[in-house]
Design a protein around this ligand. Structure first.
Ligand SMILES: Cc1cc2nc3c(=O)[nH]c(=O)nc-3n(C[C@H](O)[C@H](O)[C@H](O)COP(=O)(O)O)c2cc1C
Ligand SMILES: Nc1ncnc2c1ncn2[C@@H]1O[C@H](COP(=O)(O)OP(=O)(O)OP(=O)(O)O)[C@@H](O)[C@H]1O
Length: 314
């Protein structure tokens, strides 16, 4: 997949040949996936190349930074997912003050027509664009009619009667409702991070854990103990994770993610980047009065997680 951050780098092979889906695409959730599918279809019909136009930084970073939510995916993971859905080109347009001031018609004519020569467009029913978000999906369709560019508007994708959105998914993750988040995303929420040295207490406890660095710009799940899947290179293992402050040992500990991998042959992971997929919250984190009690509880956590892994639902 080709990623272009400057529209003037669009070569002749791409100018006039792209069908673009427009949006932010945080999470690449099932609503977004419907858009991407439509983009592939329209591109095939028009003998064009399926692409995405998105903005960096997120428009809210510039317009209302206090409202900028934590992201579901970092940029690299988002791009990987877009590629896995068949998108061939991503235009990551720098979102500047000048850009934010473009009126809807100017965005259409100056950017989409003159710079990209766009052949077709796909947006969701609630898409807004241009200065102050004045342009809507219908505005885009009207402009498309005038300039002879087909514009597809995708109707809302819902799950259990609720419209799937990045905001709803962030809410589920922050509540620890991983099943609901996964239903909306089409995959389980995960955090990727480097395995760091901890205090080596886990080994003493009999449950050595991989301490995973957490990117605080991303949505952090509710604190607690989870059944997880750990992915590293081509391998994956079941595990149990604690996301929290370890109140048994620290008065005001730092937030940490620790994973005990349920496999006897795990290679040395220090310095490696692993992905921790959150499958189900098992319980809240607790302050135990003794280490022995904590150990007993961890054994129960492991038994519960194993039960889940052998159930047909995961
Ligand atoms: C499945 C699991 C559940 C845990 N639950 C708790 C808990 O409820 N309360 C707590 O204080 N620590 C809990 N811990 C964290 C342990 O305190 C932690 O693994 C230990 O402090 C080792 O830390 P270290 O690797 O930094 O040495 C849990 C760890 C695991 C693996
Ligand atoms: N559930 C959905 N059904 C159909 N289209 C959607 C859905 N959710 C988003 N879209 C469309 O996908 C594109 C990208 O959406 P974007 O990421 O900007 O919004 P979002 O997922 O609704 O996020 P947020 O909750 O942060 O507003 C837009 O064109 C939007 O209209």
């Amino acid at each position: 997949m080709l990623i272009l951050r400057d529209l003037s780098d669009l070569g002749r092979d791409l100018r006039g040949r792209l069908v673009l889906a427009l949006g932010n695409f945080d999470g690449v959730h099932r609503g977004h996936q419907a858009l991407l599918m439509k983009t592939l279809q329209l591109a095939a019909q028009l003998d064009a190349i399926p692409g995405v136009m998105t903005f960096d930084p997120h428009p809210l970073q510039l317009l209302a930074p206090q409202k900028l939510p934590p992201m579901i995916l970092d940029q690299k993971a988002k791009l990987q997912l877009l590629a896995s859905k068949g998108i061939e080109v991503v235009l990551v347009v720098p979102f500047t003050r000048i850009f934010a001031e473009l009126l809807p018609r100017a965005f259409f004519t100056e950017v989409l027509l003159e710079q990209v020569g766009v052949r077709g467009l796909v947006v969701g029913y609630n898409y807004t664009f241009g200065q102050g978000g004045k342009g809507t999906a219908e505005t885009l369709q009207e402009l498309g009619n005038v300039y002879n560019v087909p514009v597809e508007i995708v109707p809302p994708v819902t799950v259990d009667g609720q419209r799937v959105s990045s905001s709803l998914i962030r809410h589920y993750i922050q509540q620890g409702n991983m099943e609901a988040a996964a239903t909306c995303l089409g995959y389980y929420p995960y955090l990727a991070g480097e395995v760091k040295h901890g205090d080596a207490r886990g080994r003493e406890l009999g449950f050595p854990t991989a301490n995973v660095a957490v990117d605080r710009k991303l949505v952090i799940p509710a604190q607690g103990v989870y059944a997880v899947k750990v992915r590293w290179q081509e391998q994956q293992w079941p595990g149990v994770a604690n996301l929290g402050h370890r109140p048994t040992f620290y008065e005001q500990g730092q937030l940490g993610l620790e994973v005990f991998i349920l496999n006897d042959n795990v290679p040395e992971l220090y310095g490696e980047t692993i992905e921790v997929e959150f499958l189900k919250k098992l319980r809240d984190e607790k302050k135990f009065t003794s280490v022995a009690e904590l150990k007993e509880q961890i054994k129960l956590d492991i038994a519960k997680a194993r039960g889940l892994f052998y159930s047909p639902c995961i």
